[in-house]
Design a protein around this ligand. Structure first.
Ligand SMILES: N=CN[C@@H](CCC(=O)O)C(=O)O
Ligand SMILES: [Zn+2]
Length: 417
């Protein structure tokens, strides 16, 4: 079955030659075809181009069914790739939100047993079924907002059985939803209460028990560590990434959210796919990232929600680096997976241009979750994951109208959801 979309006002993020990522000044460039068509064959992109070049007869030849959609006045963009989320969780944390409004810091809330440990207590009590159902509903919500691929972390279990439970839920989500899902083991998200004061022993548990168990069931694509002040040290991180590497788990880590933690450097040392958060980035961190294969990933929703300093995105782009943006959807620091709002925050708070935030949430975030060969742009042979907007003026309107849902239809694997 083929789907032909005609009269597209702007077909956005088209690539004749697929790239792995977009860096530096190129981030402000975007392939756009005005007055375009897009042809889908089953679950893949078969062709695209200008309406004036469309040969309808050739498309209909030898095909029984061609579904035609007239997109007059509308834009078509590749679905977002959200490369950093914690979407499997039990219960919201609006009480901490109030504590934050009253002036408590993220670290103070964590020290009082709130934060990640609060979510850990709840996830340990929750059944796999409950976790699946709530995460499934969140995935449906983000898919309706235009997200087609998502990375999901464990990290609220903090004991072997509960971490495995979370990862099994992620596996089931990837089997039972049309979204493309990558799974990350984050046993080193925080030290659980029962290991308080015994951090090294908890790290030993992760290395000797959790990582082998995760690998034995083939439950994760990546390994993550929260390498930051008050959480895991560079030495802990080094040990865990080294252990993960032996089981084929590439690093994708939380780094430099709370301080110049050394997380970026240790991530690059292990050829991490991405280092995420990056509120504290100076010349040394930029030098470490230059020439590496590691995607600097910024999480504007978390910095906004926690009222944190903003990552020096402009400085990184000016230094020629690529930058990805992700939602960090989680109950504590970013209770939203709305990638259009992430783009708006990128523009307003990080002075990124609309072209830059689109690159950062599509091709670059696809790289940051290891799916850039199949997703993240409109290119022949790539998976047909895209959305059609409501009638709008152009790409600038997307981040500008920050509170309006402008998604009219979402297609994942060639099918409208
Ligand atoms: N910074 C570390 N971890 C999460 C927060 C998780 C939570 O507070 O529950 C993050 O990415 O923001
Ligand atoms: Zn996170």
């Amino acid at each position: 079955m083929k789907t032909l979309i005609i009269n597209i006002k702007q077909l956005v993020q088209v690539e004749e030659e697929p790239r792995k990522w977009v860096t530096g000044a190129d981030m402000a460039k975007l392939g756009i075809i005005d007055d375009a068509y897009l042809l889908i064959n089953e679950d893949k992109i078969e062709a695209f181009g200008k309406m004036s070049e469309l040969n309808q007869d050739a498309i209909y030849e030898g095909t029984d069914t061609v579904k035609e959609i007239d997109a007059k006045g509308r834009l078509v963009l590749p679905a977002y790739c959200d490369s950093h989320t914690h979407i499997v969780y039990a219960g919201s944390r609006e009480i901490e939100y109030i504590d934050k409004i009253k002036g408590l810091s993220y670290e103070e809330i964590a020290q009082r047993g709130g934060g990640i440990l609060n979510s850990a207590e709840r996830i340990r009590k929750a059944s796999e079924e409950e976790l699946f159902d709530s995460a499934y509903a969140r995935l449906q919500e983000i898919a309706s907002l235009g997200t087609g691929a998502v990375e999901i972390k464990s990290g609220y279990g903090l004991d072997t059985a509960s971490e495995l439970k979370m990862l099994r839920v992620i596996k089931r989500l990837s089997e039972e939803t049309p979204l493309t899902i990558k799974s990350t083991f984050l046993g080193a998200h925080a030290v659980p209460v029962e290991y308080k004061g015994r951090q090294t022993e908890y790290v030993d548990l992760i290395i000797n028990e959790m990582i082998p168990a995760v690998a034995a069931e083939d439950l994760a694509d990546y390994i993550d560590v929260f390498c930051d002040k008050g959480f895991f040290t560079v030495e802990d991180t080094d040990r865990m990434l080294n252990a993960g590497m032996k089981y084929g788990l590439r690093a994708k880590i939380h780094a430099n959210e709370l301080d110049y933690s050394g997380g970026i450097q240790v991530g690059v040392k292990y050829n991490a796919l991405s280092v995420d958060h990056l509120e504290y980035v100076g010349d040394e961190e930029i030098a470490a990232l230059k020439g590496s294969e590691t995607m600097p990933t910024v999480l504007p929703g978390a910095a906004f929600f926690l009222n944190m300093p903003y990552s020096p995105v402009r400085k990184m782009i000016n230094a020629g680096l690529p930058v990805a943006l992700a939602s960090d959807f989680n109950p504590g620091s970013s209770p939203s997976g709305n990638m259009k709002f992430v783009m708006s925050l990128g523009c307003v708070n990080y002075k990124m241009l609309p072209e830059e935030v689109i690159n950062a949430t599509t091709i670059n975030s696809a790289y940051a979750m290891g799916v850039e060969e199949e997703l993240g742009s409109i290119a022949v042979g790539k998976k047909a994951n895209f959305y059609i907007t409501t009638p709008i003026t152009g790409i600038e309107y997307l981040p500008y109208a920050y509170g309006t849902d402008l998604v009219e239809a979402v297609f994942l694997n060639g099918e409208q959801i």
